[in-house]
Design a binder for this molecule. Sequence first.
Ligand SMILES: [Zn+2]
Length: 245
Amino acid sequence: MPKKIATVDGYIIQANKYKERDTIITLLTPSDKKTVLVRGGYKPEAKNHGATLLFNKVRLDINIANPHFLYVDGHQTLINNTSLYENLTYSLLGQYANEILIKFFQDDDILPYDYYEKMFMAAKNGFDAVTLAFIFTCASINLLGLSPSVDECVMCGAKKNLVAFDLTEGGFICNKCLPESNVSPSNIEYMKVFRYGFKVKASQMEHATLPRMTTLNCLNELSMYLEEQLGYKINAIKLFLESVK
Ligand SMILES: [Zn+2]
């Protein structure tokens, strides 16, 4: 079959050894994720080994002649994030994000590409990993269609006197509706962190460092919520939470 090349930019979010010396990668692009074979990619000296390094942004020449069998024909590294491998927390942050993208999103879903990109830029600036993990999780939940109500009471629509936040109830609850729910009032910081996380834009991810203890609790709740809603375990979250204690 003659070659037919498409050039695609994206991040490598998964790389698995295949047969003796090949690697199968998953590339996160602004519009989807793709599974692509890198021939000989497992060997460090291979021409396209650079197309198998997690967290890096690459420009791939992909042979698309057979749509069921895409393979890498050439590559260029656009952003090298491999320095993050040396930092346990950032490394686990990247693994955590990769796991969310791989397990919870379908190939042609809208994926949180902008947040992913911004998260690595911020990590390289040394920005707070807990804030980044939390915002990335919120953005993912928004795109998965599981967003809680963070602007009004989930029960009556009131915009004032919001006194509790509960993920399983679906978001904020006002003081009038609270007695009808099984929820206890939440502290203000906890409610503010959730509201911020679900509202903040990717371009503003480094705008504020969130309070650590509260955000760790919120992150833990969010990841459990995702696991319960979609039925997959996120392996990296425990290690990540351990690493930032
Ligand atoms: Zn209400």
